[in-house]
Design a protein around this ligand. Structure first.
Ligand code: NAD
Length: 269
């Protein structure tokens, strides 16, 4: 892979599994120094394994604990990374979870957990990233943009999702967070975009792909007829972080094998 991110420091939240791990590997292969974030001690071994794959392949990085829903931990994460590497160039706001329930049975705890991690976590990390971009100013030797933020949204910022109202609401909120930041900081050469994955094969949606029946039913939603892989998202994250996408900001990029062209309407019925 071309070293399009050479010399840049990237924080990837929730990078000990799934999409975050795939993005960290792709960005390291593109030359970035990656911070593989994990939330709690129990996820450190998985983060260490991701970092080992990265360093075995010739890449650079560290692992760093931080629960993105906790303000003090997010502030410390960014302070530690700036102390170690001098700055941050790219934030991949990826950490997320689901607490599914019928709406009339949803507890306040299920609601608050999803909003705290998926939406407030993105707010806290984006705020620290933007503070650092503004403090540091341009680094034309590594990138045309002063800083880049990529928010991991979902097709569910567009497609309503019964049984998952807390999750869909968090992704709808991310859309406005991302667009408002792109508007507010565009003149400071800070680019902010969202990646909106469809079905990607990770632990978060295991029930949708672990049996042949489940996978078959999932395919009825995907015109391109395959489940996505973390590498698909990694490729897009590298592009959106690099100067090859320098004129893209405030955009939601759907990467979903066509899920958002609504396969159910394909027969014209
Ligand atoms: P995943 O469960 O493998 O990854 C989520 C990661 O977030 C995990 O590594 C987890 O440890 C981390 N995390 C959870 N709470 C955290 C916290 N408080 N602080 C820091 N990290 C925390 O699932 P995934 O599919 O890789 O999900 C990654 C992102 O992609 C999520 O935002 C998810 O909503 C989004 N997404 C996934 C799909 C999909 O089909 N897999 C589709 C659309 C969007």
């Amino acid at each position: 892979m071309d070293q399009v991110l050479k010399g840049q420091i990237a924080i990837i939240t929730g990078a000990s599994s799934g999409i975050g791990a795939g993005v960290a590997k792709s960005m390291a292969a593109a030359g970035a120094t990656v911070v593989v974030n994990y939330p709690v001690e129990a996820t450190k071994p998985a983060a260490d394994a991701v970092l080992k794959e990265i360093t075995d392949a010739g890449g650079n990085g560290i692992v760093a604990q931080c629960d993105v829903s906790k303000e003090d931990q997010v502030i410390k994460l960014f302070a530690d990374v700036v102390a170690q590497f001098g700055t941050v160039d790219i934030l991949i706001n990826n950490a997320g979870l689901q607490r599914d329930s019928k709406f009339d049975e949803m507890t306040l705890d299920q609601w608050n957990t999803v909003i705290s991690v998926n939406l407030t976590g993105q707010f806290l990390c984006a705020r620290e990233a933007i503070r650092e971009f503004l403090r540091r100013g341009p680094r034309p030797e590594v990138s045309a943009a002063t800083g880049k933020i990529i928010c991991m949204s979902s097709v569910h910022e567009l497609i309503p999702w019964g049984g998952h109202v807390n999750y869909a609401t968090s992704k709808g909120g991310i859309k406005m967070l991302m667009q408002s930041l792109a508007q507010e900081y565009g003149d400071r050469k800070i680019r902010v975009n969202s990646i909106c994955p469809g079905a990607i094969q990770t632990p978060i949606n295991k029930a949708a792909w672990e049996t042949p029946q489940a996978l078959n039913s999932l395919m009825s939603l995907i015109p391109y007829n395959r489940i996505g892989q973390p590498q698909d998202i990694g490729n897009l994250a590298v592009f959106l972080s690099s100067d090859q996408s320098d004129y893209i900001t405030g955009a939601s990029i759907f990467i979903d094998g066509g899920m958002t062209v609504f396969e159910g309407f394909s027969t014209g019925g």
